[in-house]
Write a protein that binds this ligand. Structure first.
Ligand code: AMP
Ligand code: ZN
Length: 465
């Protein structure tokens, strides 16, 4: 298995801490609104990564947080509290908003065949763990109290910018939404571990802490939730590319300062889904959701296929035209598979050989497009129908495109319609050539498939028996 590691900027051989086992952490959604299909691009790619690892024989434990507190409008602790914003918008409590959008998120994931991680932990479940880690950071001198908040001191680290050579200006892109400077910070990129002096008078969720009643910052939750369930060393951490700075940079800073050793070996970042105007984001007002795709008549799995056709490390541009094309391709693919008879016996050797080929293809830095190409190779091959179906079933444990599920009536109808129309045209040709035996044979062939044809003054009409 090879994987691009954002830490080293290289495609590397994936070597785990414990042979055969993978500890994997994913930054989960901030549940103040529906997920847009850009967010879901990240979750589809992370789902596929987990499934590739399992396909390659690894035993994976995957953990995801649910951000229900502490995430401000700008990732750098400024701006409005996202959860409060959601609560105000809908005249509900923060916890009601969190419950509603958590459920909506998993419903979207289900329609995209995204597996629920082994552990899902809301941040509000882990306040004692956050307090414990912040105390540790204060004791070790990596944190300081100012203006009644607790901050992480980034100047204590030799290399705070672990992800690279970006200059500070570029790195500050995600931080500019709100220009209010926090005067308590000793250094521009110091970040809040615990707020007690909230600028929100009506801060809904608050807890007792050694520093007064308050609430945690956003970054601390991922470090703590990861450590709680996966221990002090993890193999793999995932998120969208915008999480690299400041969120993941801060997670690494606080986790490694607290632990005193390296924390996570591989960092997997999914590039953005853009629309014609740029990065898809919720702050733009109208945004694309799974239910909007469904309302427009698209199977959400056509969107999954759209994502799998491209590489996760390339930005992807969404348009209705390209989705339309992919939806047609997806439908055709399902129909072609439905037409494969389950005949002959399963060739176990071929099954192994094609499993290996697929593992190689997708195991090369998640090359899902290559995986799809192999799927078409299987369909076109000379293998028996039963073998083909077994291989497709195997591949679908990664692709999760419901490839063997019976095609819906409508899809069958399309195929049937063009078949019957072709036969009617052939029969007309035969009649014209006075080849009545052939014309009768065509009528009989259609009858064998449950189709009755009638010659009327308006032409030939057909119906099911
Ligand atoms: P949020 O719910 O805003 O915390 O974001 C959830 C996940 O979606 C994070 O991993 C983000 O990095 C990712 N994300 C946000 N916008 C996009 C986008 N346009 N394309 C792909 N992933 C995104
Ligand atoms: Zn996170």
């Amino acid at each position: 298995m090879k994987l691009y590691n954002s830490l080293t900027k290289n495609v590397e051989e994936f070597v785990t801490n414990e042979p055969g086992k993978v500890s994997m952490y994913t930054c989960g959604p901030t549940v103040y609104h529906f997920a847009h299909i850009g967010n879901l691009r990240s979750y589809i790619c992370e789902d596929v990564l987990e499934k590739i690892l399992r396909f390659s024989g690894y035993d994976v434990k995957r953990v995801m947080n649910i951000t229900d507190v502490g995430h401000l409008a700008s990732d750098a602790d400024t701006g409005e509290d996202k959860m409060l914003k959601g609560a105000k918008r809908e005249h509900k409590s923060v916890m009601e908003i969190a419950a509603f959008y958590t459920e909506a998120f998993f419903k979207d994931c289900a329609s995209l065949n995204i597996k629920t991680p082994d552990v899902v932990e809301p941040a509000t479940n882990c306040i004692p763990e956050f307090i414990n880690m912040i105390e540790g950071l204060l004791e070790k001198g990596y944190a300081y109290k100012a203006g009644e908040n607790v901050y992480f001191d980034t100047s204590k680290l030799k290399n705070y910018y672990v992800f690279g050579n970006q200059n500070e200006d570029e790195l500050m892109v995600g931080v500019r939404d709100d220009v209010t400077e926090d005067v308590n910070k000793r250094n521009k990129n110091d970040f809040v571990l615990w707020f007690t002096k909230s600028k929100f008078e009506d801060q809904a969720l608050k807890w007792e802490s050694p520093w007064g009643v308050g609430y945690p910052g956003w970054h601390i939750e991922c470090s703590c939730i990861s450590m709680k369930h996966l221990g002090e060393k993890i193999d793999l951490h995932c998120g969208g590319v915008d999480n690299m700075f400041p969120h993941h940079t801060n997670e690494i800073a606080q986790s490694e300062s607290y632990l005193g050793h390296k924390w996570c070996n591989y960092w997997f970042h999914v590039h953005h889904l853009n629309d014609e105007t740029g990065k898809m984001s919720k702050s733009k007002g109208e945004f694309l959701t799974v239910s909007l795709l469904e309302k427009k008549g698209y199977d959400p799995l056509a969107y999954r296929m759209f994502v799998l056709q491209s590489h996760y490390r390339k930005p992807l541009t969404f348009s209705w035209e390209t989705l339309e094309q992919t939806a047609a391709t997806y439908k055709k693919l399902r129909n072609r598979i439905a037409a494969i008879e389950n005949d002959g016996s399963v060739d176990e050797n071929a099954l192994k050989e094609w499993h290996e080929k697929f593992a190689q293809a997708v195991g090369n830095d998640c090359n899902t497009a290559m995986g799809l190409t192999l799927l078409y190779d299987v369909i076109k091959s000379e293998l028996s129908g039963a073998t083909k179906r077994s291989i497709i079933e195997d591949y679908d444990t990664v692709l999760s495109l419901d490839l063997l599920k019976p095609v819906e009536e409508e899809a069958v109808d399309d195929e049937l319609k063009s078949f019957v129309e072709m036969k009617i045209a052939e029969r007309a040709e035969a009649k014209k050539a006075k080849d009545f035996a052939k014309a009768d044979a065509i009528r009989a062939e259609l009858a064998g498939r449950g189709i009755v044809i009638k010659d009327t003054r308006e032409g030939v009409v057909w119906s099911r028996e």
